[in-house]
Design a protein around this ligand. Sequence first.
Ligand code: NAP
Length: 310
Amino acid sequence: MEEIFDLIIIGGGPASMSAGIYAMQTKLKTLLIERNTFGGQIATTSSVDNYLGFQKISGEELSKKMYEHLLSTNIKICNEEVTKTILNENIKQVFTHNNCYKSRTVIIGIGTSIRKLGVDNENKYLGHGLSYSTLNDRDKFQNKCVAVVGGGNSAIEDAIYLSEKVKKVYLIHRRNEFRADRKLVEMLYEKINNNTQIELKLEYKPISIVGENEINQLKIIHIPDEKIETIDVDGIFVAIGRGADTDIIDINVNRNNSGYIITDEQMKTNLPGVFAVGDIRNTPLRQIVTATSDGAIASISALNYIKGNI
Ligand code: NAP
């Protein structure tokens, strides 16, 4: 007979793992689908220092602890990539490349995706000098010249870190004010005043990458006067934040103008039996603590939906 789950959780970040733990506690027949590694964004975060109970822990270690906790519940896990979902019927369908899984309820915990620069050939240079995941790549450019793009905490942290390793860092930001926390910006200016190799390029944005197989140069435009400059760089670190990418989610699930899934406080979407958790929902705060809370609430809501209580 065809297998129908009580709950399918899509994603393996903290919100989804928390949902999994609560679902197993409430004895829901649950399947969790994750295409890649568990932990989501925190798996590549160098250090977490604001999650209750852990004064300072690496993102990798925290992800591992969460994953081990999840496994201890004996939840059914499938390592496949979800390609499509049909969620506006009583029995929801979640498609992967090879399978179609069915369930009474679905929790969407797919997180956010990196934002790309949108310049020509960006994909071609990925892994050949261009990086979005700076943690893994930032030690590769000892004594070379690099550009960091962005003005948030990630970009400033990268620029400061890289300035101690590389010959020169160009920090390219589209405005003349940083979005990053004041403390970090102060650290940045302290570094610059101490003659480290950081050069600020404010009110600039990248327009094209130059190089055959590897990056040699970056063309940037000064936004106020549209003057184009070329800088010599061996690497480009793109740190311009993340956004919602919900292409795999049924078009009938309501999103806000920025593409985030709209939920109420019970994590319910507009479709009965469909819930969203963590960074992909319209939440005022995207942190591990709020994600794990969302996961717990969503699983209890799924249980209540199945019992006919909501
Ligand atoms: P973010 O805060 O969203 O900042 C993105 C930056 O990229 C902004 O300066 C933005 O410019 C710029 N940007 C966006 N789209 C762009 C485009 N198409 N072209 C050029 N520039 C573009 O992203 P984040 O720095 O990755 O941080 C994400 C979250 O993680 C934040 O909540 C942050 O506080 C947190 N975080 C915290 C720490 C820490 O506490 N140590 C470290 C890293 C990250 P505008 O400012 O002009 O919009």
